[in-house]
Ligand binder design. Structure first.
Ligand SMILES: [Zn+2]
Length: 258
C-alpha cells in the first residue's frame, strides 16, 4: 500500500511527462472494474464453468457454419459473457487512457481485452491482441467488419472483399494473434521508452514479453494493479489500487503539470 501515495503518483507522472514514446498495456483488471468477469481466478468464467476446449480455432476451421451457429445462440459461459459485454460501459480508467492519448503523451494502447471499452471511451490507437468482440475478421485477408453490418443470412458469412470466410475477431484458443496487430505491437514496443501497465500481471505471451523488452532496452515501467505481480520487481513505480481511481489521479497529475 505504501507506494499508492502522492509521492509515487508524482514520480510516475514525471516519468510519463519526460518520456518520448509512451505505450500502455492493459488487461482484465480494467474490465473487471466495468463489471466484466475475468476468465480465470476468483469469479472467473472458466473457474465457474470449467476450461473450454483448447482447440477452438481448429474446430472453427473444420466447420465454420456450426461455429457461427453456436456463437449466435451461445450457452453457458459465452452467454453469460455476451450478456455482460453488451451492457458494459467504460470506467474512469478507460477514460484516463483516452485523455492521455488526447494530450499527445500516449502513442499506442495495447490491450488483452476484447470488450471494445477502450474504443468506446475514445482511445484511437488501440492494438487489441485478442481481438474485439464487436468485429468480424476475414481469415484470408484480415480485414475487419462491424458484426452488426454483415449479413448472417448464409453461414459462414463471407468477406465482401475477397470472399474469404469471416470469423469473430475475438482470438480463439489455438488461433495465432492476427499478424497486423502483432506488428503494430512490436513497432510500438520497439520505440517505447516508458510503458504504463494496468490491470494485468502480463504473464501470458505475447503481452508478457512487451514490458520486459522495454525494460531490457532501458525504458521505464509503471504499474497500476491491485496486487503485486511478477512485473513489480522491474517497475520504476508500482501504484497499488483500483485503476478506476489510480489512473484518473495519475493522468490528472500528468496533464496538470505539463
Ligand atoms: Zn477478405
Amino acid at each position: 500500500m505504501a507506494q499508492s501515495n502522492s509521492t509515487a503518483v508524482d514520480r510516475a507522472a514525471e516519468l510519463l511527462r519526460r518520456a518520448r514514446h509512451v505505450v500502455a498495456l492493459t488487461g482484465a483488471g480494467l474490465s473487471v472494474e466495468s463489471g466484466i468477469p475475468p476468465f480465470r481466478g476468483p469469479g472467473g468464467l472458466w473457474t465457474k464453468y470449467g476450461e473450454p476446449p483448447m482447440n477452438g480455432y481448429q474446430r472453427f476451421l473444420a466447420d465454420p457454419a456450426t461455429a457461427w451457429r453456436e456463437q449466435l445462440s451461445p450457452s453457458g459461459p459465452i452467454r453469460e459473457l455476451w450478456e455482460v459485454l453488451t451492457t458494459a460501459r467504460p470506467n474512469p480508467g478507460h477514460y484516463a487512457f483516452a485523455q492521455l492519448e488526447d494530450a499527445g503523451i500516449l502513442r499506442c494502447l495495447i490491450t488483452q481485452n476484447v470488450d471494445n471499452l477502450h474504443r468506446a471511451a475514445g482511445s484511437r490507437v488501440v492494438a487489441e491482441i485478442h481481438g474485439n468482440y464487436t468485429l468480424a475478421r476475414c481469415v484470408q485477408c484480415v480485414r475487419r467488419f462491424p458484426l452488426d453490418q454483415i449479413s448472417l443470412a448464409d453461414l459462414p458469412p463471407r468477406c465482401p472483399d475477397c470472399a474469404g470466410i469471416l470469423k469473430s475477431d475475438t482470438v480463439s484458443f489455438g488461433e495465432p494473434i492476427p499478424p497486423d496487430v502483432l506488428s503494430q505491437c512490436f513497432e510500438a514496443v520497439e520505440g517505447c521508452d516508458c510503458m504504463l501497465v494496468a490491470g494485468t500481471s502480463a504473464t501470458v505471451y505475447p503481452a508478457a514479453q512487451f514490458p520486459l523488452d522495454v525494460r531490457q532496452r532501458g525504458g521505464e515501467l509503471i504499474e497500476v494493479n491491485l496486487y503485486e505481480t511478477e512485473l513489480t520487481a522491474y517497475c520504476a513505480v508500482s501504484l497499488r489500487g483500483p485503476s478506476t481511481s489510480v489512473l484518473p489521479e495519475l493522468v490528472g497529475r500528468v496533464i496538470q503539470s505539463s
